[in-house]
Design a protein around this ligand. Structure first.
Ligand code: FES
Ligand SMILES: [Fe+2]
Length: 442
């Protein structure tokens, strides 16, 4: 377990040299930018999904939707590995899994009855047995690249082509994860928020604590904010702050709470804590945490009693779903769990409200860019620089190729005729006939 590491941490300064301004605000509201971000970033990055401890037996599965891609992760029967598959039947593309979670060692498609095993292999295709040339082995589910760290963190990468290995992508991360004993924790609960803002609006706030003294009175009491530092690494950042060891008062900043905000599944409105604050033990515990931002859209934050993950799931340029999973120390008292969840939700709703109102102003088109503090907002510079780099590189590739390039799309089952028909579609899109897909026109 890590302890008292904050004081010795050097902030990596290279992030501050790229630019001291934000990217232009059009990148927070343009659907065309969002479309190219999907192709350039989300469809070829290693992205955190869940923790392996949630899969108890063969056939246990969880389904996810990330940037419009539906997939599920399942524990296989043979080796007991975790595998991810696109939730798309190989017959006529109906979703094979229709629940958020479940358990089955045979996955039956409810359209025409094809079924698959936990390895994604086609098990049965009714009445296809005597169809000449039909091969079951050519019709397995589409597998998605998966990486499970020794600590049980599960990542996927949608790219159908070559990608950097996980350890290359997040160089150095595996050493840092070892500081926390993930095995000592179990899944507790999940919840989500549906926000009217761009995914980067949330990430901007997530990547700095410059706003904490103003916007998070509770958090401000729990940490020595002057020690807060963001240390950029390779496509991830470690956040450090010394926790206040004495008893603290948790107070909500509910003065400007947005009326529209609510916790789905909880029925909570405005703020999570509404009772009068009293001095009590810091819910953050006494461990100076392992808090990690994982480019592009995830975070894992570990405290003494609990750890939680956040998945920031863009739905459109101006809508984003935030999903939180909380894990608690095995045997932790219910009261302690509740205290931590309340503390977390208080901070999260404060951030959510900041994002809602910021996005409204970004949408106006008045503001374009703003100046960023070179050390207090170095984490923002770091990830925005990576966003700009990946988009610019991908844009150049598409310009050169003369068509859109989606790294996640699969080229299976092609025939001469399907290529010809696909060609017609592509040329119509390039002429600008399809407003959804005129990617090279902007
Ligand atoms: S689409 Fe799945 S069986 Fe036909
Ligand atoms: Fe915040």
């Amino acid at each position: 377990m890590a302890s008292a590491v904050a004081a010795s941490v050097e902030v990596v300064e290279n992030a501050a040299t790229a630019s001291h301004h934000t990217l232009p605000s059009s990148w927070w509201k343009s659907e065309k930018i969002f479309e190219i971000e999907k192709r350039a970033i989300f469809n070829q990055s290693w992205m955190y999904c869940t923790h392996a401890s949630r899969f108890k037996k063969a056939g246990d599965y969880y389904s996810f939707t990330v940037v419009g891609i539906n997939f599920f992760i399942i524990k296989t029967k043979g080796e007991g590995n975790l595998k991810a598959f696109h939730n798309v039947c190989r017959h006529r593309a109906y979703p094979v899994i229709r629940k958020e979670k479940g358990s089955s060692t045979i996955l039956g498609c409810k359209y025409h009855g094809w079924s698959y095993n936990t390895e994604g292999k086609l098990n049965k295709a009714p009445q296809f047995d005597d169809v000449e040339g039909f091969k079951k082995e050519d019709n397995s589910l589409f597998e998605i690249k998966t990486h499970v760290t020794p600590e049980g963190l599960v990542f996927v990468n949608f790219s159908a082509g070559e990608v950097p290995s996980f350890d290359e992508w997040f160089d150095g991360l595996s050493g840092e994860l070892k500081e926390y004993d993930f095995e000592d924790y179990e899944y507790h609960m999940s919840y989500e928020l549906d926000g009217q803002f761009n995914w980067k609006t949330l990430m901007d706030g997530y990547q700095e604590c410059y706003h904490c003294p103003t916007a998070h009175p509770g958090l401000n009491a729990a940490f020595k904010m002057e020690t807060y530092k963001v240390a950029p690494r390779t496509r991830y950042c470690r956040h450090y702050a010394q926790i206040v060891k004495e008893d603290i008062e948790i107070e909500a900043d509910d003065k400007d709470a947005d009326e529209e905000s609510s916790w789905f599944g909880f029925g909570k409105k405005k703020t999570a804590v509404e009772s009068k604050p009293e001095k009590k033990k810091n819910p953050g515990g006494d461990f100076d945490g392992l808090w990690v931002y994982l480019y592009p859209n995830n975070g894992v934050n570990c405290y003494s009693d609990c750890w939680y993950s956040i998945r920031v799931l863009p739905q459109s340029a101006t809508r984003t779903i935030l999903q939180y999973d909380i894990y608690t120390k095995k045997g932790l008292a219910e009261e302690k769990k509740k205290e931590f969840v309340d503390f977390l939700q208080l901070v999260e709703i404060e951030d959510f409200n900041l994002c809602q109102l910021t996005q409204k102003n970004l949408n106006q088109g008045i503001y374009s860019t703003g100046v960023l503090h070179p050390t207090k907002e170095n984490g923002v510079l770091f990830y925005q620089k990576e966003v700009a780099k990946m988009v610019k590189e991908h844009f150049a590739k598409e310009q050169e190729a003369g068509h859109l390039i989606n790294p996640a799309s699969l080229d299976t089952g092609r025939t001469k005729e399907s290529d010809e028909l696909e060609g017609i579609c592509k040329s119509l899109e390039c002429q600008g006939n399809n407003p959804e897909t005129t990617g090279l026109q902007w």
